[in-house]
Design a protein around this ligand. Sequence first.
Ligand code: UDP
Ligand code: MG
Length: 330
Amino acid sequence: MTHAYTPYGECNTEICLSVIVPLFNESQMIAPLISRLTSVLSALDDSAEIVFVDDGSSDDSWQQISQLPLAENEYQCIKLSRNFGKEAAMSAGLEHARGLAIIMLDADLQDPPEQIPLMLAQWRAGFDIVNMKRRKRLGETWLKRFSAACFYRVMNWVSDSPVPENVGDFRLMSRQVVDCIKAMPERNRFMKGLFSWPGFSQTTIEFDRDPRFVGETKWNYGKLFGLAMDGITSFSFKPLRIATWCGVFTACSAFIYGGWVVAKTLIYGEAVAGYASMMVVQLGLAGVQLLALGLIGEYLGRVFVEVKQRPLYLIEEVAYRQSVNQVNPN
Ligand code: UDP
Ligand code: MG
């Protein structure tokens, strides 16, 4: 192994790999997920743990995961006190994961667990981050694919730390990267941005993303828009800079045009005219002003959240399931 980094967090070096699975109302998914994931993990030479984070499910997801039969892998099951959202659930998982390599995996089997050995091989080769790029986005509507493409374009144009396109949360990170992410104090957790911000050596594996196994996506367009705004506003001031330049451009044009109108009136003594052009200019300016005001509001709202310093999530219960090999006879 080429990773010389000595972790400073609570890291159990006996556990090599942690797989973090956030779940929200995924009770139908747990059995198929466990069977596919454990068959992959038990074929590995290294010890692994699964960190389930129940993000306030209202179905019996928690009962199922907290009563899993003992297996060769360890389970940590964390129950959040309510639904805090996937980003917070992943943060809770990162906080509890003990492995030297950490993988994020969706519960709906869209991210094939069979890719894990390949990811580990890249980590062993010395990469700190293994990004999993979706070659095909099966089971997604054209609107979702189109909006995702637009988002990556805008995000990477405004942001200083580019987010790799079509790489979701499914990725491997080394303990060193995870410790850096854990040390970031912000409440606004746009994880795709946080994962890319620290840098470190990265590689990308392409894979075909399967459609959701059962059930429906938990994201509607409203939530996705909120997530996109989170991403853009937490990683860039560029939108504000653009608003400033719009202001400069409008003010300059108004100054020049105003001079021309005054001159015209003085020279030709022109009567008041141009209702249509006045309305267009007024409405246009009002629109731009409201847009800029909304933009400032987006930033201000996030400052408000940061200032409050509330915890990202609250944990109601934690259940550990130890491996059969490690059960203490006492
Ligand atoms: N999820 C979560 N909290 C939420 C919404 C989703 O923990 O508030 C989990 C969900 O259970 C799944 C993963 O996040 O394991 C991805 O969710 P989903 O499949 O709905 O998103 P998509 O694949 O459509 O992006
Ligand atoms: Mg999904």
